[in-house]
Design a protein around this ligand. Sequence first.
Ligand code: AMP
Ligand code: MG
Length: 390
Amino acid sequence: MIEVKEALETVAANSSNMPKQKIAVHKALGYVLAETIYSPIAMPPFRQSAMDGYAFIHSGRHQFDIIGISQAGDHLKVKLKENEAVRIFTGAHVPKNADTVVMQEDVMANDDSILIAKMPEPFANVRNKGEQINEEDVVFDANTVITPAAIGFLACLGITEIQVYKKPKIAILVTGNELVEPGKKLKKGKIYESNSIMLQAALQTIGIKNAKVFRVKDSLKETKNVLKDLLKKNDIILISGGISVGDYDFVKEALLENGVEELFYKINQKPGKPMFFGSKKNTLVFALPGNPASSLTNFYIYVYPAVKNLMGFSNTHLPKITRKLNDDIENTTGKTLFLKALYDETSVTILDGQASSMLNSFAIANGLVIVEQDCEKMKKGSLVTILPID
Ligand code: AMP
Ligand code: MG
């Protein structure tokens, strides 16, 4: 059995970046950049009007003759004199020597001349060439996460393809004779299988949408056979259940017999003690406890940072925040506790129902409070560390 800290270090040391791939920008949401991107153009590519109005040379005069129209998309080749202005619209090219745009609301206009009623500051309402970015400048550093805005920015620079880290291929293997698919009739002695759909959903929060689910009975032979195939085809395997010490827990044996190297087994924590972490070639195996709350806790603590590491994220762990405790906490277990809790702006309440089987409390929790293994007592009002999971 190892401590949480050592388990986290072992997971981090064994989860390196996935290979790189080229991907179309419109498909890149949630991927992480594997290259630095430089801009092929300046943005804006030319001086643009920021308003519908009139472009002119700011000189103190108020009256101008209109000598042309510049619509968005046009490139009007005129050289203004001091007494001349051009009718202009938002996004349109500002003629060469014009330096200021007055908005149309501040102007009295007739067909061929204007009188500026409210004079703007010099250079007002003109977007300068390259004011967002210049040609050859860095658009994004490597390890930037591609958001909707990042996709928009890349597109407005004319970039269509980028290099990102591949997302890992993940399989979920569910063990247990007692498990029945939700929607089917629940016979005596059976329970509904909930871990696979829960882990799939948890993976979706970090952009893994296609984790496939496989199911086996509590049989060494069947578990071994299915694992043999999954180990060849996946970057990560998440296993649910069968990793404890019961007579029908065959997962560890099946893994070792398939040549998976044990990196650790059992962690000094509650919930989530019976967990196995191992690897074979480039495949990582997380055998998570079957108890649903343990399974999800260990997903957040160990699987989440590993997947993010593989995907190229630079911040891989859940963020940590601190709040004031609304209750006393006792920890006589000598283990690290992860307590399902509800926090608000200032404080945090530990929820009833901390048993490893209980999802009723987890389902309404928005954070996990960490109590270190050597911390025996925490008084109401003291500051605790929380991992937000909302
Ligand atoms: P195990 O780790 O296989 O001994 O399972 C521990 C507990 O978790 C047992 O009560 C199981 O019935 C329950 N359990 C295991 N797998 C699942 C699952 N996929 N969905 C819901 N409960 C499960
Ligand atoms: Mg079981």
